[in-house]
Write a protein that binds this ligand. Structure first.
Ligand SMILES: *[C@@H]1O[C@H](CO)[C@@H](O)[C@H](O)[C@H]1NC(C)=O
Ligand SMILES: *[C@@H]1O[C@H](CO)[C@@H](O)[C@H](O)[C@H]1NC(C)=O
Ligand SMILES: *[C@@H]1O[C@H](CO)[C@@H](O)[C@H](O)[C@H]1NC(C)=O
Ligand SMILES: *[C@@H]1O[C@H](CO)[C@@H](O)[C@H](O)[C@H]1NC(C)=O
Ligand SMILES: *[C@@H]1O[C@H](CO)[C@@H](O)[C@H](O)[C@H]1NC(C)=O
Ligand SMILES: *[C@@H]1O[C@H](CO)[C@@H](O)[C@H](O)[C@H]1NC(C)=O
Ligand SMILES: *[C@@H]1O[C@H](CO)[C@@H](O)[C@H](O)[C@H]1NC(C)=O
Length: 474
């Protein structure tokens, strides 16, 4: 009897606890034990796949217990989009080649073609953000803004007009606007101020797309022109399943990009399943090579390009939240990878091999610059703990995963003391010197964080949507 009542009481007590935490049954776990990310094909679509969170290191992305985020600086790539006109043309070419074969009944991995229709019927959408399906670019931007209102909303005093900075490229501007609507909600029209920064190289360092005039090797380094054996294998497979076909590896590359882009406008792409894991890994790696050697750690001029944002971030963090507590910036993948390289984040210990595919891959672009990819630098204001002194620290959060600096992680939550962060930034090769900016007479530092416009005139689209249309404020 006694035993029984003890048992009942403790069951009751623990069920009350469980209920108060919102668990329904004793089978629900507080933490999942499964990590399926390693098997997600979206980790192999490189920079042209839908957004995925970065595979992290198990560090809580919320501010460490003794700290509060008092300033945030974000650099975000535009959201999911339709292919640009060059990629769209290569996709159309491959599709025409398929249909010109005269095949009326598709077999094997392409059997879905018996019922598939293209999503690329409207050329006016090329280059633009997608707006349909669960991977929609505009949805992604809005959701990010809304989530960040929950996470960083305490940084808005509820009164000030807050600038949002976007490179002058339409899809970048649209991403910034939808983010702003998500963040500010009812207050977007009056409290956000879109600042559109020209992408012209004449902006020098005062830009979200700084151009390195000295980097003359850039055009020669596009690795996506190269082919890897797995892509030829896919061509052979489709051709043997459908003997009237004559696809080659270039066609496969186009069809794989079709798969990645289709997913940005539709919930499901049967194309994705037509390719094997090896083929996707090769497809992703071709892009990783391009990022690494053309706009990443493999090109010292591009590291200098990233110095602009790194240096401006340091200056803003030193000025602190009283100058600007939130700096929301929107640009392209080709600016995010230089900034990461400059900051020494996700830099492989040796150059990427160009004749084999390393696995596991130390430089996975899908983990850095998927569509909607974003780097957030948080300034943390921390009280003393048993382990650390009070002070100001910096953390980098890339696609929602904390990425600690290898040589600077002594602060709470593996953060870096601001003074040590300054040392990291001050060692980056200088954009102005390396890129011939002074000689050309272009602006030598990023100035728009300091002299922003508070006009709300540019918060909404004006005039017709014309792709590649540029907006410029100054
Ligand atoms: C730091 O300490 C001050 C004074 O006790 C307190 O007001 C503040 O909330 C603390 N900050 C954090 C992040 O715990
Ligand atoms: C924000 O929007 C709410 C709801 O419309 C309004 O009451 C409030 O005054 C607005 N704040 C500012 C600063 O405009
Ligand atoms: C960039 O600016 C220069 C100087 O104002 C101008 O001549 C050029 O046409 C601009 N380029 C583009 C792409 O707008
Ligand atoms: C594949 O075929 C197309 C013509 O349909 C051609 O332009 C392209 O160069 C070929 N690629 C390779 C790798 O042979
Ligand atoms: C760093 O930024 C500050 C503030 O904008 C600027 O005065 C300085 O010239 C920049 N330094 C370098 C090396 O780019
Ligand atoms: C591949 O790497 C080797 C060794 O670093 C280099 O010599 C070669 O030029 C590279 N090939 C290409 C196409 O970049
Ligand atoms: C701010 O934007 C408005 C509207 O586009 C423009 O007339 C004004 O000159 C801008 N001010 C500055 C300081 O750039």
């Amino acid at each position: 009897m006694v035993l029984f009542s003890i048992l009942t009481t403790s069951l009751l007590v623990s069920s009350v606890c469980a209920a108060s935490r919102g668990y329904n049954t004793y089978l629900d776990k507080q933490f999942p034990q499964t990590f399926y990310d390693s098997y997600n094909v979206l980790k192999h679509t490189g920079g042209i796949g839908p957004y995925t969170d970065r595979v992290g290191y198990g560090i809580d992305p919320n501010a460490p217990e003794s700290c509060a985020v008092d300033q945030v600086i974000m650099l975000m790539r535009h959201g999911e989009r339709y292919p640009d006109s060059i990629t769209a043309a290569s996709i159309e070419h491959a599709l025409e080649k398929l249909y010109a074969s005269g095949i009326t009944k598709w077999e094997g991995d392409l059997s879905f073609l018996n019922g598939w229709t293209s999503f690329l019927s409207e050329p006016g959408y090329f280059e633009q953000e997608t707006f349909s399906g669960p991977y929609s670019g505009l949805l992604d931007a809005f959701k990010r803004g809304s989530e960040y209102r929950s996470k960083y909303g305490h940084l808005w005093d509820g009164e000030s007009t807050v600038p949002i900075f976007a490179g002058g490229y339409e899809r970048v501007v649209e991403t910034a606007r939808y983010f702003g609507m998500g963040f500010f909600g009812y207050n977007y029209s009056t409290s956000a101020a879109m600042n559109i920064i020209s992408e012209n190289y004449t902006q020098g360092a005062d830009s979200l797309t700084p151009t390195c005039l000295s980097d003359t090797g850039l055009l020669a380094c596009f690795y996506t022109q190269r082919m890897l054996p797995p892509l030829a294998v896919a061509a052979e497979r489709f051709n043997s399943q459908n003997p009237a076909l004559n696809l080659n590896s270039s066609d496969i590359k186009s069809l794989m990009s079709l798969a990645a882009f289709e997913l940005q406008a539709r919930p499901h792409s049967p194309w994705v399943e037509a390719f094997t894991l090896d083929e996707w890994v090769a497809f992703g790696y071709l892009q990783d090579l391009s990022y690494y050697y053309c706009s990443g750690p493999g090109d010292p001029y591009q590291v200098a390009v990233g110095q602009v944002f790194a240096n401006a971030s340091l200056a803003l963090m030193r000025a602190g939240p009283s100058h600007l507590s939130m700096s929301w910036n929107f640009a392209h993948d080709a600016y995010m990878t230089p900034v990461l390289a400059a900051l020494g984040l996700n830099v492989p210990s040796s150059p990427l091999p160009n004749n084999s595919i390393p696995f596991p891959n130390p430089y996975n672009s899908a983990d850095m610059v998927p569509m909607g990819g974003h780097l957030v630098l948080e300034r943390l204001s921390c009280n003393a703990t048993a382990l650390s002194k009070p002070g100001t620290f910096v953390r980098a959060v890339l696609n929602e995963a904390v990425v600690p600096w290898q040589n600077c992680q002594s602060g709470p939550g593996y953060s870096c003391p601001l003074d040590d962060f300054a040392n990291i930034v001050n060692q980056i090769p200088n954009f102005v010197d390396m890129c011939g900016v002074a000689k050309a007479g272009y602006p030598e530092y990023l100035d728009f964080w300091w002299k922003y416009n508070t006009t709300t005139d540019l918060n909404y689209q004006k005039g017709p949507i014309a792709y590649q249309e540029k907006y410029t404020l100054v």
